[in-house]
Structures are given as structure tokens and as C-alpha cells.
Ligand binder design. Structure first.
Ligand code: KG4
Ligand code: ZN
Length: 340
């Protein structure tokens, strides 16, 4: 019988405190504590996020170990998110993981959050089949919008990325304009599913595989301001159709670029990752691409889309197998790139 590897992984890059335990490629527990505090401010407040991580981290880790029915003495390694993210938030997870690895005298693994979003596809129950290398991944979240060529677990190339706002930001800012609470992405998605895309927004012209979303946000703002001037109830009367129109525009932008990347690379294995990959329209478009164009598409389970420690754990498992350990001098890096 081969020896089982048990890893405790911690994710604290932004406003979710999460801990997961993995046994080889199988997730035994994945606990996420969302920080409600930010919704009243309409966005993540970094100082409040790090304080909440401090409060959450011990109980979250405890519950993750209990749910996995694993004693800390059984752990083979401890993993944490090194970056990118908010410095104060990252430091909480990094310090906790370092102390625990030191106390247990086991390897420490520093994990790249962006690689982890992508490698979530290798979790045992993420998919009925795992992608073969190379594949393309559209990583779409509150902080990032990238098309990545994934050559191997730790060999990734950015083919294109946003030159301004991330797609999640476009969703959240649209929601704010419409008076919806933060984070508004999931709400815009919910309303969009009941509406008709009957309003037009122009799409940005950005070269190659790059993206831009700040113009769309401004176009939506001006459109709403103009309509509300004529009819103060415009938003309430048309909320579902406005959301459907925005959602359709965003999905068109993303699919256009993915199609371009498929053409340029001749790779038809396409994955999506990150918080916005929970979006119903984007998931639907990928399923259609599978049906109509024969692409092999990889759509993650909902719990592995938004920030979670399970994705850190699977990435850690592959690092552990390659003995890519970190030492106690490793520091958090808020600007870590997917290809580093
Ligand atoms: O990956 P994530 O949890 O955090 C970052 O690393 O940024 O992504 C969060 C983002 C937020 O902008 C949120 O509004 C968006 O993902 N999001 C969605 C949906 N679910 C989450 N956007 C559109 N439709 C959704 N269903
Ligand atoms: Zn993320």
C-alpha cells in the first residue's frame, strides 16, 4: 500500500478565511468562513479583513481537522497562500502556517493563489475527468482576468490579461450602480437569468488576447444615469433585463477572446477558474462550445470557484510530490504572478 499524504492548507488572501485537509488528491474537508463585515462598506476593507482572519483562523483550522478526522500529528505538510492578495490578510495565513510547520517539524509549502484557482481542476471530485496538458484556462475573479496556457502543474504562461478592471470588478461595480449589495456578481447573475438581453453595450477593442472592462462600467453608469433621469423607476422596472444585457455583453467579450486563443494555439482543452467561473452564462457558453465545436471543457464545481483552501491543498499536494518545499524565511508576496 502506498503511503498516504495528508496536507493542511490555509487560504487567507482576501476576505475569506479557509482551511482544507487533503489526502493525496481527495479533499477531506474544506471550511470557508466568509467575512460579512465588508458588505456594509460596499467592498473589502483590508484592515478589517486581516483582523477577521486573526479571529477566524484558529477555529477554521480546528473544524477542518475535525471534519477530516485527522490529528495534526498525522499531517505530512502545511501549505499556505503566498500571494497574490492583500498583504495584511496573507500575513495571517503565512505566519500561522509557518508556526504550525515549525511546531510539528514538517515541510512548509508556499502556494500561488492564481495557480491554485487553475489546479483546482485536479481535485478528485472536481470533474469526471482531469485536463491533459497543455490546456487553456480562463481565470476570472474579483482581482484577475487572464487567459493562461497551462503547460504543466507549475509551468504556466499568460497569453492575455486585463489592462484595467477585472471581470469580477465589472460585475461588482455594475451591481453597485444598480443599488445591489457587495459582492454583487452573484446577484447580477441571479437577476440576469430571469431577464432578456435587450439593451446594447459596446464591446471594448483591445488587442490580441487582452481584456478591458473599465469602459463597460462607464457605459453602464452613463446609460443608467440617462434612463433614470427620464424615469426614476427605470432600475426597479428593468432590473432583470439590465442584468441580462450586462451578463450577455461580458460573456460575449470573454468568449471572443477564448476563441481567439484557441485559434492561435490550436489547443481545444479549455478550463475556467476563479470566482466568476460560478457564473451561469459563462458556464452555459462553455457547455455549448463543447457541444458545437468539440472543445473539451472543464467547468469547476461551485465550491472550488470562489476562494477556498481546497484549491491550495491540491496545488500543495503536487508541490509536495515534487519536494518543492519552502523554508521559514519565505514571505508573503501580494504581487505574485501566475508564472512565478
Ligand atoms: O475568486 P474570488 O472568490 O476572489 C478573488 O480572488 O477575487 O472571486 C470573487 C469575485 C467577485 O467579484 C464576485 O462578485 C464574483 O467573483 N462572482 C460572480 C459570481 N459568483 C462570484 N460573478 C458573476 N457571477 C457569479 N455567479
Ligand atoms: Zn481568488
Amino acid at each position: 500500500m502506498p503511503h498516504n499524504t495528508y496536507i493542511l492548507a490555509i487560504e487567507s488572501s482576501c476576505d475569506d478565511t479557509s482551511a482544507a485537509v487533503i489526502c493525496n488528491e481527495k479533499i477531506l474537508s474544506n471550511i470557508v468562513a466568509n467575512q460579512e463585515i465588508h458588505s456594509q462598506y460596499g467592498g473589502v476593507v483590508p484592515e478589517l479583513a486581516s483582523r477577521a482572519h486573526q479571529q477566524n483562523i484558529v477555529p477554521v483550522v480546528q473544524v477542518a481537522l475535525e471534519k477530516a478526522a485527522i490529528k495534526k500529528e498525522q499531517l505530512s505538510a502545511i501549505a499556505f497562500t503566498q500571494g497574490p492578495g492583500l498583504m495584511g490578510s496573507l500575513l495571517v495565513g503565512a505566519s500561522f502556517a509557518k508556526s504550525m510547520a515549525l511546531a510539528l517539524n514538517i515541510p512548509l509549502l508556499a502556494i500561488n493563489h492564481m495557480q491554485a484557482h487553475i489546479l483546482a481542476h485536479f481535485i478528485d471530485d472536481a470533474n469526471d475527468h482531469k485536463p491533459n496538458f497543455p490546456f487553456l484556462c480562463l481565470t476570472i475573479s474579483g482581482g484577475h482576468t487572464q487567459i493562461v496556457k497551462v503547460n504543466d502543474y507549475f509551468s504556466m504562461e499568460v497569453l492575455g490579461e486585463t489592462i484595467d478592471d477585472a471581470v469580477g470588478e465589472a460585475y461588482d461595480k455594475t451591481a453597485k450602480i444598480l443599488g445591489l449589495p457587495y459582492p454583487g456578481g452573484p446577484l447580477v447573475d441571479t437577476y440576469a437569468q430571469k431577464g432578456k438581453a435587450r439593451f446594447q453595450f459596446s464591446k471594448p477593442k483591445v488587442k490580441e488576447h487582452h481584456f478591458s472592462f473599465s469602459g463597460l462600467k462607464t457605459a453602464i453608469l452613463y446609460f443608467i444615469q440617462k434612463e433614470v433621469k427620464e424615469n426614476p423607476n427605470f432600475i426597479a422596472e428593468n432590473l432583470e433585463d439590465i442584468c441580462a444585457s450586462v451578463q450577455q455583453t461580458i460573456a460575449d467579450i470573454l468568449m471572443d477572446k477564448i476563441k481567439k486563443a484557441v485559434k492561435a494555439t490550436n489547443i481545444q482543452r479549455i478550463a475556467i477558474a476563479g470566482g466568476v467561473s460560478a457564473n451561469s452564462e459563462i458556464r452555459k457558453r462553455l457547455q455549448q462550445a463543447n457541444k458545437h465545436w468539440g472543445w473539451q471543457t472543464y467547468i469547476p464545481k461551485f465550491e472550488y470557484t470562489t476562494d477556498n483552501a481546497a484549491m491550495i491543498a491540491i496545488t500543495a499536494y503536487h508541490k509536495y510530490k515534487q519536494q518543492l518545499y519552502s523554508n521559514q524565511a519565505t514571505t508573503a508576496n501580494p504581487r505574485l504572478k501566475v508564472n512565478s
